[in-house]
Design a protein around this ligand. Structure first.
Ligand code: SF4
Ligand code: SF4
Length: 464
């Protein structure tokens, strides 16, 4: 494979793969299949049995899809799921005026620009936290899962009709926020071959759209795109670029997580996304895998006194305690390094870099435990999706049985150790590349590395 102008191996150098990606059919077909499953799941949630592990709305979404997303799609493909996600599909089809529309010069709706002050992850952070507080109920009650999924589609349709492009995906979707932040660790990336070609190309079709396709739905200018979080891998720019300057590459691991022109790789809203997701991994691990039955009861009894305590604890951990600990570690590091350039704010954001691999390791460990403990429910509900006593594939009678019980803790431990080791490496590199001397960088990073190690140990404590 040919090495591209960007960092990485150019997958689209293979003509057959390029043709496959430029064609709308494969992507559209996968999205249509996903939408059919989505509709099936929503109907099952409303009309099937209310018993969570007997209803395919729960098992297909929260066991099978979630495991595929966290264990494979995000770590390898980054935002690959976003490219075929069914949630924005109906809104996008209305906005484009057809199921297979391709002329990007014609779009419908009010086409308002998304308000400037809302162009950040804060709304996604709030949405994810709101879902996280009720997750024990969402994950086990088919009707609630159906309402949440339906609500997301309706919101996406409304936003598509009022605002331009995919404002819902970029600024509102709570799952999109999760995927985007961890996509920074993924090797699959879309980039331009030569940014100089873009600089001198007057029409910028990739952003404006042309007869071949739509201007970037994620409101990104591909000519300067250098991180996976900002690209939904929709492939429109691969179709619209008349100079054949867009390519899909496999880049080195963590390429998006180095300092960007001397600046930290994460912004403050992204760092908070990292805190929220790490807090959720710790709390879900404790609720679903830990021995604390009172905590489990509190998470499930929504509206009760113990639930309010649980909700307050989760919010406190995500919004105050973890950020406070990182701020303290960055402050101590600053003092030890005798106040290096950039100040405490930069030190805090550099420290947050490690949140991505550490949190991803935590979520992989959690999802491994959840999948192998509950995977047998997926097989039984494939035969009896609505809990109505069917036996379509002869697997309805399968008793609940956790799989690979001897191996799973070792796999979870490996994921957590790998996440921590990667976080240590990235954080050390981030400080080294932005601090004047090696000695000062080491002193600056030391308190943060200790904190990361303690959090890695906490993840192991709740999950193993
Ligand atoms: S259309 Fe192609 S060459 Fe022009 S700015 Fe976009 S990616 Fe670059
Ligand atoms: S148009 Fe290109 S840069 Fe924009 S989201 Fe799609 S693939 Fe990514």
């Amino acid at each position: 494979m040919k090495r591209s102008g960007t960092e990485g191996f150019e997958l689209t150098a293979r003509p057959w793969l390029r043709r496959l990606l430029v064609s709308r059919w494969p992507q559209w077909s996968l999205m249509a299949v996903a939408l059919a499953f989505f509709a099936y799941v929503v109907l099952a949630g409303f009309f099937g049995t209310p018993v969570g592990n007997r209803n395919i709305a729960i098992t297909l979404v929260w066991i099978a899809w979630w495991a595929a997303l966290v264990l494979v799609l995000v770590p390898v493909g980054g935002r690959l799921w976003c490219s075929i996600c069914p949630i924005p599909a109906p809104g996008e089809w209305l906005q484009r005026g057809g199921l297979m529309a391709s002329d990007g010069r014609r779009t419908r709706g009010l086409k308002r620009r998304w308000p400037r002050r809302l162009r950040s992850l804060w709304l996604q952070n709030a949405g994810f936290l709101a879902l996280a507080l009720f997750s024990a109920v969402i994950l086990t009650t088919p009707r609630v899962t159906a309402w949440v999924l339906l609500g997301l589609v309706l919101l996406a349709v409304a936003v598509s009709l009022v605002f331009e492009r995919r404002a819902f995906c970029r600024y509102l979707c709570p799952v999109g926020g999760f995927i985007g932040i961890y996509a920074l660790a993924a090797p699959l990336a879309l980039r331009v071959r030569d940014p100089d070609v873009c600089r001198t190309h007057p029409t910028k079709d990739c952003y404006r759209g042309n007869a071949q396709g739509f201007g970037c739905p994620w409101m990104t200018y591909p000519g300067t795109l250098d991180r996976n979080a900002d690209c939904g891998l929709c492939l429109e720019c691969l179709r619209t670029c008349p100079l054949d300057n867009v390519t899909v590459v496999l880049q080195p691991l963590g390429a998006d997580l180095g300092p960007r022109r001397g600046r930290p790789p994460l912004s403050i809203d992204e760092a908070y996304k990292g805190f929220i997701l790490l807090a959720a991994a710790l709390v879900y691990g404790a609720v679903m895998m830990g021995p604390w039955s009172a905590l489990k009861d509190a998470a499930f009894q929504v509206g009760s006194g113990p639930w309010f305590l649980y909700a307050a604890g989760l919010l406190l951990l995500a919004l105050l305690l973890l950020p406070g600990l990182y701020l303290l570690a960055a402050w101590i590091g600053d003092r030890l390094a005798r106040r290096p350039a950039g100040g405490l704010r930069r030190g805090f954001l550099l420290a947050a870099t490690g949140l991505i691999p550490l949190g991803l390791g935590g979520w992989i460990a959690f999802s491994l435990g959840f999948l192998f403990a509950n995977g047998s429910y997926v097989l039984s509900t494939l035969s009896d999706p609505l809990g109505w006593g069917w036996d379509l594939l002869g697997t309805a009678g399968l008793a609940w049985r956790p799989a690979l019980t001897g191996l799973v803790p070792a796999l979870q431990g490996a994921a957590l150790v790998a996440g921590l080791a990667w976080a240590t490496r990235l954080t050390s590199r981030a400080f080294a590349e932005t601090t004047e001397s090696r000695r000062a960088a080491l002193r600056r990073a030391a308190p943060v590395l200790l904190l990361q190690a303690a959090l890695g140990a906490a993840l192991m404590g709740v999950m193993l």
